[in-house]
Design a protein. Structure first.
Length: 306
């Protein structure tokens, strides 16, 4: 098939009350003749002001049951993160209704990490400070990369594929984690198909795939979430603890599924989890802090759920 070079579009983007640096929309894969928008995964870049940039980047994976992408879990998060000096990158990945399943969908997440890491110098990023963030089904998507990453393929003719796809940290918001009974049926059907094998269900039940190499994680959920059970976050946290992977787990009593930040720029009334996330990101060095504040920050530690 005829291939062309990766397309980069640059347009201005409004961020809160000010205009951020240029926004870039970048194809993940070389263009294929005849491909439509639904066949074309992209990264949309939101850069912080240069004097605030910390070098950290977060790839944001919106939820939407693997059949859509929720805007408030994409650009909304990007608008929240960039004022803290983080480069926010919204990933548009391929979806179930368009004929894609786990093999193609999961490669989009891996490719996103590789591409950002490959361009770290050009984008003034730290190659060891690239995280992934996902909500709902996007949380399953993100946790899949956190538990199924690889070190790259040195034999590939594509130099980007030589690079590790391991995220340096993960942020999971009311995530689908399991493809089993505690998971979400429609997300499972869109990701794995209507009749997946038991082996495939187990492979992509990410609470069963955690190892000591899984990156540190921030998780939050609500007890009264009636769409995606809080058991998903609890089971993932339990697996992280058993493998001695640092994590920060927050379970709030009230709140429906799909809350997102719960506010719009300038985020004066953002939900409490956002404040907890900022503290965690400061502790991990993704957000710059002064020496006095640094001394007050408790570095995230594991705890065991019995």
């Amino acid at each position: 098939m005829k291939r062309k070079s990766i397309l980069v579009l640059i347009v201005p983007v409004c961020l809160g009350m000010t205009v951020s640096h240029a926004q870039q929309v970048i194809r993940l894969w070389p263009e294929v003749a005849g491909a439509t928008d639904k066949d074309t995964p992209t990264l949309t870049m939101y850069f912080p002001d240069a004097d605030k940039a910390t070098g950290a980047a977060i790839i944001i994976c919106p939820g939407g049951v693997y059949r859509g992408l929720a805007k408030h879990e994409g650009i909304g998060y990007a608008q929240f993160l960039t004022p803290y000096g983080i480069t926010a990158i919204v990933l548009k990945y391929r979806l179930g209704p368009d004929g894609y399943k786990y093999k193609e969908i999961s490669t989009d997440a891996a490719r996103a990490i590789r591409m950002v890491r490959a361009n770290a110098q050009q984008w003034h990023l730290k190659p060891d400070a690239i995280g992934i963030m996902g909500s709902s089904a996007g949380g399953h998507f993100a946790s899949t990369l956190m538990t199924h990453f690889d070190n790259g393929d040195p034999s590939s003719s594509d130099s980007i594929e030589h690079i590790s796809s391991r995220p340096d940290f993960g942020i999971l918001c009311y995530p689908v984690i399991s493809m089993g009974p505690i998971g979400h049926r429609v997300s499972r059907e869109q990701f794995l198909g209507l009749t997946p094998s038991l082996e495939l269900v187990k492979l992509y039940s990410n609470e069963l795939q955690v190892t000591a190499a899984t990156p540190p994680c921030f998780l939050w959920h609500t007890y009264e979430d009636s769409s995606v059970s809080v058991e998903n976050s609890l089971e993932f946290a339990r697996a992280l603890a058993e493998n001695k992977v640092p994590f920060d787990l927050h379970v709030y009593e009230y709140g429906r599924h799909g809350l997102g930040i719960g506010d719009k720029p300038p985020f004066a009334n953002a939900l409490p989890w956002t404040k907890d996330l900022v503290v965690w990101l400061k502790g991990r060095g993704a957000i710059n802090v002064g020496e006095e504040e640094r001394a007050r920050i408790v570095t995230p530690r594991t705890f065991r759920i019995e």
